[in-house]
Design a protein around this ligand. Structure first.
Ligand code: GUN
Length: 281
């Protein structure tokens, strides 16, 4: 039976340390500030945004919430980003995705000052990650790595299979595993013989957004399995991995919920504190 990688407990630890760091920064005259922009009424996004605000309050960060109607135009959103870029109280800017399809996501993300891009989605920050000089690492991938590190996972020369190729998770997490000297395979929903690919993985990161796509008998005995998926099936939340069966074979596995989810917000707070420190020079 696998050992659980407990994201809730690890996130708590990270936040405890951050709270002290925030207090020290405030003593030095800098209150780290996060601006969160939500366009429209996607219920899941609204839940995430509330949770980010709550965490800012708990840790002593300033937060600036901007909730805009779904009809907001691109120009109006760009003007808000410009305003936040110029606001010295704001160290981090997060525009909640997905945006309504009337707005071009890439154009908005590129408008964010890369030094305030605590999501790490700006092409400059993703490029820096790719060349091994990261500034802000996207929060979910950073949380995945923190969980694996805490589990003392051995990376060097190991085969890591990332299932999913999104800008938010799959692509950055593959770069981070590569930087730890894994041999990385980027698989996705169209990969041929996905089961066989996953069977050879010492580390599996599942981030495709398909309920229990990764079956228990695909897991190599002793593997470390990180499940980034959050899928609603009826009343239940399930991951991209069939948890019960996978846990029989894995050495380490994350639960859903309580695995990667709590780590994402902790990493966002960490990035915002780093952004505030950047302004101290
Ligand atoms: N939507 C889902 N995950 C994320 C995230 O990490 N950042 C933003 N901005 N939007 C998201």
């Amino acid at each position: 039976m696998a050992e659980l990688m407990d994201g809730k407990a690890l996130a708590k630890e990270v936040k405890r340390a951050l709270k002290q760091e925030v207090a020290q920064l405030i003593e030095q005259g800098v209150t780290p500030g996060l601006a969160v922009v939500l366009v429209g009424e996607d219920p899941a996004s609204a839940v995430y945004v509330r949770s980010k605000t709550r965490t800012c309050k708990r840790l002593g960060l300033a937060h600036f919430d901007h909730v805009l109607p779904a009809e907001t135009g691109q120009a109006q959103l760009m003007a808000l980003v410009d305003e936040l870029n110029a606001d010295t109280r704001v160290h981090g800017i997060l525009v909640q995705l997905p945006l309504p399809n009337t707005i071009d996501e890439a154009t908005v993300l590129e408008r964010i000052d890369p030094r305030k891009d605590v999501d790490g989605f700006h092409p400059e920050n993703l490029g820096r990650l790719m060349i091994g000089e990261p500034r802000f690492v996207p929060c979910t991938p950073a949380g995945v790595m923190r969980l694996l590190d805490a589990g003392n996972v051995d990376y060097v020369g190991k085969h890591a299979v990332v299932v999913g190729r999104s800008r938010i998770v799959g692509k950055p997490v593959a770069q981070l595993l590569l930087a730890r000297h894994c041999t990385v395979t980027m698989a996705h929903s169209r990969t041929r013989d996905l089961d066989e690919v996953v069977r050879s993985a010492d580390i599996v990161v599942a981030a495709v957004g398909r309920a229990e796509l990764v079956k228990g008998d695909w897991i190599k005995p002793g593997a470390a399995v990180v499940d980034v998926g959050i899928n609603r099936v009826g009343e239940k939340l399930v991951g991209d991995v069939a948890f019960e069966a996978a846990a029989e074979r894995a050495a380490l596995i994350t639960p859903v919920p309580g695995g990667v989810g709590p780590m994402t917000i902790a990493m966002l707070m960490e990035n915002t504190v780093s952004a505030a420190k950047l302004t101290l020079g």
